[in-house]
Design a binder for this molecule. Sequence first.
Ligand SMILES: NC(=O)c1ccc[n+]([C@@H]2O[C@H](COP(=O)([O-])OP(=O)(O)OC[C@H]3O[C@@H](n4cnc5c(N)ncnc54)[C@H](O)[C@@H]3O)[C@@H](O)[C@H]2O)c1
Length: 432
Amino acid sequence: MNICIIGTGYVGLVTGVGLAELGNRVVCVDIDRDKIDKLKRGVVPFYEKGLDELVKKNLKEKRIFFTTHLEEGINDSRIIFIAVGTPSREDGEADLSQVIQVAEDLARLMQGYKIIVVKSTVPVGTFQLIRKIFTSEKKEGVDFDIVSNPEFLREGDAVYDFFNPTRIIIGIEKGREKVADELIQLFRPLNAPIIKTSIINAQMIKYASNVFLASRVSFINEIANICERVGADVNEIAKGMSFDKRLGEGYLQAGIGFGGPCLIKDLKALIKMAESYGYEAEHLKSILNKNEHQISHIVLKVKKIVGEVLYGKIIGVLGLTFKPGTNDVRSSLALRIIDLLKREGANIRAYDPCGIEEAKMCISDIDFCTDPYEVATGADAILILTGWEEFKKIDFLRLKKLLREPIIIDGVNLLDPEKIRSAGFVYRGVGR
Ligand SMILES: NC(=O)c1ccc[n+]([C@@H]2O[C@H](COP(=O)([O-])OP(=O)(O)OC[C@H]3O[C@@H](n4cnc5c(N)ncnc54)[C@H](O)[C@@H]3O)[C@@H](O)[C@H]2O)c1
């Protein structure tokens, strides 16, 4: 099958290379010339485990191609995936400008019949908008179907998730079962449950899934804050809960809250979407508020241990990305917390195994270090904000000698408190 992917970011590139690996001929299109130049040379512009090898292999076997010219991508493709970004607008609504731009370009350039598959997370109403853009430009001999196929991959495990999806959702317009069948055929080698439903249901499945994950994080942070007061350990609570199949274990890790490119923006977009349909989603708002409170809670914790006045203190930060396994710092709470500490007058020294270059583009006036020991040198405390496994392997005795005060505030409950305390540190986790 000939396929075009528009938008070669985390979702588009993983989908494109995954479909190429399954034997399809895939053309990936992006407006970012630098990104496309790199990809043509087999260089993946972001870090994602296993992606590099897969891109190189499929380039070599001539199954994947990269271009900035949309026509090159769509001319020979029957199926066109839209995987451009849908970031938050200032008011929380989804910013659809990238999707609209693509729809306008497609409407202008498309010839013959195409199946347009929207992978980007878009609110209800977007498909009517796309259809309107297409039909207003309708040319002789041009026809199309539109399908919703929301993406559930996790950055850091994106390649694994492509080949082992938990489910594939295919949202179609009424009476277009034949279109769904073509996509089912495409995804069949993945051997995953396929749910054929309406477009609106497909969109709501995506939003509800992400918001539910966010709600679990806010929930466990609420429990963590209670644990701190009653003297319980939230990690033990989460472990005890996880054996119940009804509860499961995912997203019950107490810490600084949920960040990243999806959960916050999708939660905000769903709240706004509900509002536009006349409904105040109070429960969803409280999930978001809880997340905001958790950020302040961490800053208060630092002040309580290091000193009420942070002015002139040196805080060593380990972890900048929104989670381990990626160099993505979009909506990283680590950066938000650093910003709050800086406003209090603290000096920040920071290290991340993967995301330093990306963080440099978002924050200034902090010292970026080459390893945790450089971070610790002369610092008044260490604050862990991303749960990288590599931080568990730190030589804590060496670290202690370098610090001005032997304080570790573990914002992600990564370390074993007993081990760290027995090495002579003052240790504070979240809810333990
Ligand atoms: N990142 C995730 O973990 C994830 C997971 C599931 C769903 N999603 C959703 O998938 C969508 C894409 O997310 P992402 O993280 O891959 O975004 P991204 O920002 O990494 O990639 C988007 C790409 O689209 C390109 N682009 C923008 N306008 C274009 C145009 N007119 N033509 C061609 N290319 C264009 C950009 O240059 C960029 O490379 C979003 O809606 C997001 O919510 C993301």
